[in-house]
Design a binder for this molecule. Structure first.
Ligand code: 13P
Ligand code: SF4
Length: 354
């Protein structure tokens, strides 16, 4: 592996996290279920929800004919759907991606302040400076970035294909300037043999997985397989039985003959895991407190902003929930995004074999 961490790039430590939602607030919010359902059906929206949204939001999505998926699939379905309005329950980069791919559609989000720590770890100014220093490297940006950063990238990838693109670029003899996730950067460097200059950003949720505590759980459940999202630290990834995106983790658990799994990704993925694998058991991987994150479980503070109350509000007052993207930036970021979707398609169809 050849990895150079860009330590001189400064990333935030304090992300000003939204307050954790309480059990009584969740109960109160659940009272809006029927109203939200009625509004979604009446407004004929294409409802996209990420696996990390609350179970009640995923249930609402299922019952209104919407789509639940990983960030790549959400992008694809948002682009291809016939509805004029797309409602994205996720974080901001997911809403922006839908808008970049479908200029003519109205894209709504329950909460326009649903950030992502990775997005906040990379500014366009810092990326411009690093591009100057690494002129020969291909700039590969994770989908978890702003439209300003995407517009500066040669390629965009999601976690489901990051290693494949690394291998592809390595086969062309290219170096990679990777933003913004340090752990995914190290995973790409390890698996693809590409020379990677990696940004030092992190997902505060996945970065908090504790290897020591995971190993204790493994000892208590020796038969359980450890399934890990590549945003987790390299030490956790190194112990994994499987590493993949949210959809890939689900697919792996479904096809496995094993009955027990330790899951190192956001806890709400358990909704779909339990639904798809009724005869299997899932254990949440333990987290530790870090300087940026102090929750007892792996829960994304920004995904949690997708409440039923805000879904109702987005449909009743769409003017306050619409995502807009500057046209020049949209055109510039569309190019690497389309490359990503075409690359994913070529991998699937076997047109590209690595
Ligand atoms: P996926 O691409 O696996 O859905 O991941 C998105 C994300 O935000 C992970 O934290
Ligand atoms: Fe971003 Fe991490 Fe939340 Fe995913 S889990 S949206 S990477 S902060």
């Amino acid at each position: 592996m050849s990895l150079e961490l860009l330590n001189e790039v400064k990333v935030p430590k304090d992300f000003n996290l939204p307050k954790e939602i309480t059990a009584s607030e969740l109960l109160e919010d659940a009272k809006l279920y029927e109203k939200a359902k009625e509004l979604i059906l009446k407004n004929k929206v294409c409802f996209l929800a990420h696996y990390y949204t609350a179970p009640i939001v995923q249930k609402l999505c299922e019952e209104t004919g919407g789509f639940i998926g990983d960030s790549l699939e959400m992008a694809r379905v948002g682009r291809d759907c016939k509805e004029q309005t797309v409602l994205v329950a996720g974080v901001r980069f997911m809403g922006q991606t839908a808008k970049i791919l479908s200029k003519e559609k109205t894209v709504l989000m329950p909460d326009l302040n649903a950030e992502c720590s990775l997005d906040l770890c990379c500014t366009k100014e810092d990326l411009k400076a690093q591009k100057e220093l690494h002129k020969d490297a291909v700039v590969v940006a994770y989908a978890n970035t702003s439209v300003e950063v995407k517009a500066l990238a040669d390629w965009i990838v999601t976690s489901s294909m990051a290693v494949s693109l690394g291998k592809y670029l390595a086969s062309l003899g290219k170096e990679v300037l990777w933003v913004p996730d340090r752990h995914l950067g190290s995973y790409i460097g390890n698996e693809s043999k590409a020379h990677v200059y990696s940004w030092p950003g992190k997902c505060i949720v996945h970065d908090s997985f504790s290897l020591d505590d995971i190993l204790k759980v493994k000892k208590e459940h020796p038969e359980a397989l450890l399934l890990v999202h590549p945003e987790a630290p390299a030490s956790v990834v190194a112990k994994a039985d499987f590493v993949g995106s949210t959809s890939q983790i689900l697919a792996f658990a479904k096809q496995s003959s094993k009955k027990e799994f330790i899951i190192a990704t956001e806890h709400n993925i358990s909704y779909k895991l339990n639904q798809a694998c009724k005869d299997k058991g899932f254990i949440e991987a333990p987290v530790k407190k870090t300087e940026s994150y102090n929750r007892a479980k792996p829960s994304c503070p920004w995904m949690e902003l997708n409440t039923l109350a805000k879904i109702v509000e987005a449909l009743e007052k769409p003017q306050d929930h619409e995502i807009f993207v500057d046209e020049e930036l949209r055109v510039a970021s569309l190019k690497p995004l389309e490359k990503m979707l075409n690359f994913a398609q070529d991998l699937k169809s076997g047109r590209i074999v690595l």
